[in-house]
Design a protein around this ligand. Structure first.
Ligand SMILES: Cc1ncc(COP(=O)(O)O)c(C=O)c1O
Ligand SMILES: [Zn+2]
Length: 417
């Protein structure tokens, strides 16, 4: 008997893991599956005090893997929850923490999902694992698979930031640079992966990716002493992280480990706002037509968010909101966060800060709020965007010839900030 089942987000049909591997057979790509557990059973066998280890696998009894499953040797998860009084004051909220996912082995939150994919591929004895990605999920899969000697084939848009492509090649992945959008890369990966019988990690297609990512919600709750923050701010492309954060808090509430789920604020780029638009206009995300997605924040560019049904559920079930931010605000957020917290974020991650400022400004978030903002990926992932951001913020290095006198002169009265 399985410890968990898969529930179609569109029709509610329940499948065993053997009956449905990826999507609900009746609902095409909108029929994403939600993993459901017998919470009563888990709460009889597992208590909060049983958790141990300094990685995401401390939550093993709440994950869809067998007790014997081998997990990758890289340490994934249990990232710092960094308080930032300076950013809290700047945003005008009571307390602000950044969940610092830049510390993950491949530099983004996607390691959590990719670790789950590698375990699942291992369970099936798959020779090759594939994914389409805007870059981070791919780097995460390539890196985690490398740690267990697994082969990967990765589909990314040719315009992906160079650091992400370098990471993929360094980890030894077979890389297909698709001359097209992320959405086109997804279609190709699903098609070729199916024909070749590869295990597919693609977000919003593989139901277990949310289960890996939900551990970020568990950690936030546990690191705050099982006290739920009021708000969690999440940057949104496909909507998988947003849906997964909801799932993490939902599991904990069902187990009685926390008493409420925080409000979730989903942040989208103005040029890639499928979900924010649908939410504002009350549109059905199952039938809404794809949009053309254009934003400097490549990781949240998604014309047809693959996990759209879970993402909308996350916001509506938590009395949350979607906010949209411009590319200029996203770029400005990179040095704004870095200079006040020491945490260097890539554009998609910095969008969290821009979204928090917008939500506070609109009065959606009040001054007494305790906020966690997800720092989903490292600034080193997209150095070109970071350089553009600092230039636009008026931060320039001082140029001088290689002599003390020249440096003294160039520095002038400048006081280090
Ligand atoms: C750094 C970063 N932030 C946010 C996101 C958005 O996650 P999702 O596509 O699940 O909404 C991604 C996804 O690639 C990402 O890499
Ligand atoms: Zn269905």
């Amino acid at each position: 008997m399985s410890r968990y089942y898969l529930d179609c987000m569109v029709c509610g049909q329940v499948y065993t893991p053997a009956e449905a591997e990826y999507l609900c057979p009746d609902h095409g790509d909108a029929g994403t599956l939600d993993v459901i557990y017998d919470y009563e059973q888990i709460s009889h066998t597992t208590a909060r005090t049983d958790l141990s280890g300094d990685s995401m696998w401390r939550y093993r009894p709440l994950l869809p893997i067998t007790p014997q499953a081998a997990v990758p040797p890289l340490r994934i998860g249990w990232t710092p929850l960094q308080p930032s009084p300076s950013l809290a004051a700047e945003a005008g909220v009571a307390t602000l923490w950044i969940k610092d996912e830049t510390c993950q082995p491949t530099g983004s939150l996607k390691d959590r999902a990719s670790a789950m994919a590698v375990v699942k591929a291992g369970e099936r004895g798959a020779a090759v694992t594939t994914t389409a990605s805007t870059g981070n999920a791919a780097a995460a899969l390539a890196g985690v698979a490398a740690s267990v000697g697994g082969a990967t084939v990765i589909f990314v848009p040719a315009a992906a930031p160079r650091a992400k492509i370098a990471q993929l090649l360094a980890y030894g992945a077979r890389v297909v640079l698709v001359d097209g959008s992320y959405d086109q890369a997804v279609e190709l990966c699903l098609d070729i992966g199916r024909r070749r019988g590869w295990y597919n990690r693609t977000t919003g297609f593989n139901p277990y990716m949310s289960e890996g990512k939900k551990t970020v919600g568990y950690e936030i709750a546990e690191q705050l002493g099982w006290q739920t923050p009021d708000v969690v701010v999440v940057p949104v492309g496909d909507g998988c992280i947003l849906g997964a954060v909801y799932k993490g808090f939902y599991d904990l509430r069902e187990l009685g480990w926390i008493d409420r789920i925080p409000r979730l604020v989903g942040v989208q780029a103005e040029g890639s706002a499928f979900l924010a638009e649908a939410w504002r206009n009350g549109e059905d995300v199952v039938t809404k037509a794809p949009i053309e997605a254009v934003t400097v924040a490549d990781s949240i560019a998604a014309g047809l968010p693959r996990d759209r049904v879970k993402a909308i559920r996350a916001v509506t079930h938590t009395d949350g909101v979607f906010v949209t931010v411009s590319d200029a605000e996203i770029l400005a957020a990179i040095p704004a966060v870095a200079a006040r917290s020491g945490i260097f974020l890539e554009p998609a991650a910095a969008a969290s800060w821009a979204g928090l400022v917008a939500a506070r400004h609109d009065g959606v978030i009040g001054p007494q709020t305790r906020v966690v903002m997800l720092g989903t990926g490292s600034g080193l992932k997209d150095v070109d965007a970071a350089l553009r951001a600092v230039e636009e913020a008026g931060r320039e290095p001082v140029r001088a010839a290689a002599s003390a006198a020249a440096v003294e002169e160039a520095l002038g009265e400048l006081v280090p900030s």
